[in-house]
Design a protein around this ligand. Structure first.
Ligand SMILES: Nc1ncnc2c1ncn2[C@@H]1O[C@H](COP(=O)(O)OP(=O)(O)OP(=O)(O)O)[C@@H](O)[C@H]1O
Ligand SMILES: [Mg+2]
Length: 252
C-alpha cells in the first residue's frame, strides 16, 4: 500500500536564468514530520510552495494526498490537471512566516471563514468547530479579539487553527516562528509539537534546530536547489552526517 502523503520526483524550477530547484525528489510518509533545513536562498520556500502549486514548477511529478500532477512540457495545465490541483489544495494547509490573517475579522471569524466559504458548514457548526480549534491552540479566551490586538505568537496560533479547520492531511510550515520574538516562539512550537504527536503529517521549513531534533523524524538539507542530505534526524545531528552539515550546524 502506498502510504506516502507527499511524493515528488524530478521537480525543477527556474526564475529567469536562476535555477532554484534542480531535479528534487522528496517523499513524506503519512504521519511523518520532516524538517527542511538549508541556507538562505537554497530553494526551501520555493519547494514548499510548489507542493500545492502556489508556485508552478517547470518540470516534475507531484503526488500529494493521493492526487497526481505531472507538470506538462508546455507548462499549461489542462482541465483534468487543474481539477487535481484544486482537490490537492483542499487536503493541504500552509502556515507562513507572516500569519496572513484577515485584519477585519476576529480570531474566531478567521478560523470560521474557510469552514463557511469552502466547507459550506452551517454557522452553528462553524462556531462550534472554530471554538474547539482555538481551544486546541490555547486561545479560547481570544476568540473575539482582532489580529491587531494579538501578539505575534497568538496570531500564528490562530493561523494554525485556521489551517486545521480544513481537516488537512498534511500541513506545510514555512518558517512559522521566524517573525516572532524568541519568548513567543515556544508557544507556537508547543502547538506544533502537539500536532506532531497527534500524528499530523508535517513538512516544516525552520531554523529551529531544537524543534527539528525533538519533533522531526527526518531532516532534508537543501543547498543551491538540490537536496544534499535526506536522512533520519538522529543521523543528521550525529557526527556521521558529514563536514558540510557539521559546518552548517556550527553556525547556530
Ligand atoms: N518570485 C521570484 N522571482 C525571482 N526569483 C525568486 C522568486 N522567488 C524566489 N526567488 C529566488 O529563488 C531563490 C530561492 O528562493 P527561496 O525563497 O526558495 O529560498 P529559501 O531557501 O526559502 O531562502 P530563505 O531561507 O531566505 O527563506 C533565491 O535566490 C530567490 O531570490
Ligand atoms: Mg524561505
Amino acid at each position: 500500500m502506498n502510504t506516502s502523503t507527499v511524493r515528488v520526483t524530478g521537480l525543477s524550477k527556474s526564475f529567469g536564468d536562476l535555477a532554484v530547484l534542480k531535479n528534487v525528489d522528496l517523499e513524506v510518509q503519512a504521519g511523518q514530520v520532516v524538517v527542511i533545513l538549508g541556507p538562505s536562498g537554497s530553494g526551501k520556500t520555493t519547494l514548499l510552495r510548489s507542493l500545492n502549486l502556489l508556485e508552478k514548477p517547470d518540470a516534475g511529478t507531484l503526488e500529494v494526498c493521493g492526487y497526481r500532477v505531472e507538470i506538462p512540457r508546455s507548462g499549461r495545465f489542462d482541465r483534468a490537471t487543474r481539477k487535481q490541483v484544486a482537490l490537492l489544495r483542499q487536503k493541504t494547509a500552509m502556515v507562513f512566516q507572516s500569519f496572513n490573517l484577515f485584519p477585519h475579522m476576529t480570531a474566531l471569524e478567521n478560523v470560521m471563514e474557510g469552514l463557511l466559504s469552502v466547507k459550506k458548514v452551517s454557522k452553528a457548526q462553524a462556531l462550534e468547530r472554530g471554538r474547539h480549534l482555538l481551544d486546541q491552540v490555547g486561545l479560547a479566551d481570544k476568540a473575539d479579539s482582532y489580529p491587531a490586538k494579538l501578539s505575534g505568537g497568538q496570531k500564528q496560533r490562530v493561523a494554525i487553527a485556521r489551517g486545521l479547520s480544513m481537516d488537512p492531511e498534511v500541513i506545510f510550515f514555512d518558517e512559522p516562528t521566524s517573525a516572532l520574538d524568541p519568548e513567543l516562539r515556544d508557544e507556537v512550537l508547543g502547538v506544533m509539537r502537539e500536532l506532531a504527536n497527534s500524528g499530523m503529517t508535517m513538512l516544516v521549513v525552520t531554523h529551529e534546530l531544537r524543534f527539528a531534533q525533538e519533533a522531526a523524524d527526518r531532516v532534508v538539507f537543501m543547498e543551491n536547489g538540490v537536496v544534499v542530505k535526506d536522512c533520519s534526524t538522529e543521523a543528521f545531528f550525529g557526527e556521521e552526517s558529514g563536514e558540510r552539515i557539521q559546518q552548517f550546524l556550527r553556525r547556530y
